[in-house]
Design a protein. Structure first.
Length: 580
């Protein structure tokens, strides 16, 4: 919480003026009952109409000044809260961008989104209320009690008894409901997650005819949320009748005491009216204070979640060197590399060693979960090897700067991701200064030029969020083109042609081999046919290197590769033989 409150330091003026103007508003509010008492005691009792109008005008003036103070306080409080939380969002987003894959994997994407949106909004609401009420409510309560004693000591004793009792009742209910509100929020998060999952996977749900089951699952989650909200609602419902009962008992005691004091001539009737108004003001402010504490409790919990992200330091420290491809004949070298994603988890890769020369095409194949993506993720340093060394152009990847490493190595992920905008804006991610000729050249190589030409607006064709207006194969080809625009030294295709037909896949591989730049290409694939022509094939099996060599060599020497190849081509060969 201290870290987040430090963002208010840049808004000291607003943070001081907001509660100051609220105090002024409270002071004017406390004057209203005194003016009303004066109107009753002197104006109405003396039937002095000019005096009544004069005091009524003064009351209106005090009310208007209080209103101006209130609006001014609201403005400064909102300005401080909004601008502080804008700074929090900016730093939070910057921190998330600086984290490595390991940190983001441990936190989870959905959690990070929640912390950047709803959690920051809760903190913003808490700051806003805090600046407006943390001084005003106590000032009104103690000010009303103090002014009551100046009016009449005996009647003010009712306040001295009522305020602690009322405060105890309100805060007892508040302390009982705060943990239950947290439970309600947790169940709401589960309900939201379930709804999001169903909306995202609505086609799968319908394809398997699981609509009724999902409706029942949602009803169960909704029922649990409803029950928890009902429980806390029943307790919260006690607040109004309980406070009303205490207030009315205090009012009866006040009127009884006031009647005796009026009868004995110690106070006037208008003073009793003023005391009743102060009683109502105290009740309202105590309820406001209780709501403020509830809101601040929620804000504090959200602030802790945000602070955990802001306090998280990236585990990777990058160097300052720039890759020099001309300085070495070897593009990538793994030396006894092992990878463990977490200290307590098992090894995803174990003792991997190989060398790749510049300009070679490397195929990587293996069963599901064999570590193919883990291996290629070490090249651009998305993760650090647990042991061993990963070298690019003869230098350890840890010595390169982040920017130079990312510009040298371009990765097309397993899941093709396009961003809302246009085809042009997506392709320019590869190189912001690329010309149209560069974009079309990349599209031709990626076998995506016909996709763009078929669109009415060509490169300026709109792309919806996530590329929803493109098929899976189209998104993959556009993603490959985006990586090719940057003209990287090393291109990694991480199973990024899985949605392509065999003819398009073959045309893509031919186009990559014909590139004049001598680009080193890594192709991760489940298809043996997609990597059969590679200069070097790496076969992975349960995180270990089961074989390395060319296609013909591995068919003879590597049982794992031979099994994969035969499982994919044996049936096809049988079918062709039967046809003959």
């Amino acid at each position: 919480m201290k870290r987040l409150l430090s963002f208010l330091r840049h808004h000291k003026k607003e943070s001081i003026l907001a509660p100051l103007f609220k105090m002024l508003e409270a002071a004017f509010d406390l004057l209203i009952p005194l003016i009303m008492a004066d109107i009753i005691n002197r104006g109405i009792a003396g039937r002095d109409t000019p005096y009544i109008l004069q005091r009524a005008g003064l009351m209106i003036l005090v009310g208007l000044v209080g209103l101006i103070c209130s609006i001014t306080a609201q403005y400064f409080a909102a300005k401080a809260a909004v601008e502080s939380c804008a700074g929090i969002r900016h730093d939070l987003f910057a921190r998330i961008q600086s984290l490595g894959f390991s940190e983001t994997d441990s936190l989870g994407t959905s959690t990070l989104i929640t912390r950047m949106t709803s959690d920051v909004n809760q903190v913003q609401s808490g700051l806003n209320l805090f600046l407006r009420l943390f001084l005003r409510s106590p000032f009104i309560v103690f000010g009303a009690v103090a002014l009551a004693f100046t009016i009449n000591t005996k009647a003010a004793l009712v306040f001295a008894i009522m305020v602690p009792v009322l405060a105890a009742a309100i805060f007892a209910i508040m302390l009982k409901t705060i943990p239950q509100y947290r439970d309600v929020q947790t169940r709401l998060d589960r309900l939201t997650a379930l709804a999001r999952e169903n909306l995202t996977g609505v086609r799968v749900v319908r394809a398997f005819g699981r609509e009724e089951d999902e409706v029942h699952a949602f009803e169960r989650a909704n029922g649990a949320f409803w029950n928890s909200q009902l429980r806390v609602g029943r307790i919260s419902a006690l607040l109004n009748p309980l406070t009303a009962a205490i207030l009315n008992l205090a009012l009866v005691a006040l009127l009884q005491t006031g009647a005796v004091e009026v009868d004995t001539g110690h106070i006037a009737m208008g003073d009793v009216v003023a005391l009743v108004n102060y009683l109502n003001q105290i009740l309202i402010e105590l309820i406001k204070l209780a709501n403020l504490i509830i809101q601040m409790t929620k804000a504090a919990a959200c602030a802790e979640r945000i602070d955990k992200v802001l306090a998280m330091e990236p585990q990777m420290n990058f160097g300052r060197r720039q890759p020099d491809p001309a300085s070495a004949d070897c593009a990538v070298e793994f030396g006894h590399v092992s990878l463990r994603y977490s200290p307590t988890g098992g090894e995803s890769l174990s003792d991997i060693s190989f060398r790749v020369k510049k300009g070679q095409t490397v195929g990587i194949i293996g069963g599901t979960g064999s570590g193919k993506t883990s291996l290629v993720s070490l090249i651009p340093r998305f993760y650090d090897a647990s042991s061993g060394s990963v070298k690019l152009f003869g230098t350890d990847v840890r010595e390169y700067s982040r920017e130079s490493l990312r510009s040298t190595v371009s990765v097309v992920m397993q899941r093709a991701q396009l961003f809302s905008g246009t085809i042009r804006s997506n392709l320019l991610w590869g190189s912001p200064g690329a010309s149209d000729a560069d974009l079309w050249r990349a599209l031709e190589t990626a076998q995506a030029s016909e996709i763009v030409r078929a669109k009415a607006q060509g490169l300026d064709e709109p792309v919806e969020q996530g590329g929803r207006n493109f098929s899976g194969g189209q998104k993959q080809r556009l993603s490959i083109a985006r990586s090719l625009v940057s003209n990287p030294e090393i291109l990694i295709l991480d199973d990024s042609s899985s949605a392509l037909d065999f003819a398009t896949d073959a045309a893509l591989r031919r186009a990559l081999r014909s590139l004049p730049s001598g680009m080193t290409v890594f192709i991760v694939s489940q298809r043996a046919g997609s990597i059969a022509g590679a200069d070097l094939i790496l076969v992975l099996d349960e995180g270990k290197l089961a074989g390395a060599g060319k296609h013909a060599e591995l068919l003879e020497s590597c049982p794992v590769y031979r099994e994969i190849y035969e499982s994919q081509f044996a049936e096809a060969e049988k079918a062709r033989g039967a046809a003959k």
